[in-house]
Design a protein around this ligand. Structure first.
Ligand code: FES
Length: 81
């Protein structure tokens, strides 16, 4: 298994670091829940995650963080194949 790397120049990763562990505060959706949906339950789009969790349907400020997590996790899946 490939070790996870952090790119300090990637604005999506930096933004993700600045967010608290509950990625979506309005709907109380954690990063762990989002990762599990992507890694284990087949969510592959931002829309999938929104439909399953309700995240990003409040103020919407978490949208970029969710997309950042999605991109990161999809890259992991792609690298595993
Ligand atoms: S923090 Fe996610 S909708 Fe407000």
């Amino acid at each position: 298994m490939e070790e996870e790397s952090f790119d300090p120049f990637d604005p999506f990763e930096l933004y993700s670091l600045l967010r608290p562990r509950n990625v979506c505060i309005c709907k109380a959706v954690s990063e762990e829940v989002i990762v599990k949906l992507i890694q284990e339950e087949g969510c592959r789009t931002f829309h999938d995650i929104v439909l399953r969790t309700g995240a990003a349907t409040g103020c919407g400020s978490c949208s970029m963080a969710i997309k950042s997590i999605l991109v990161r996790e999809l890259r992991k899946i792609q690298n595993e194949v």
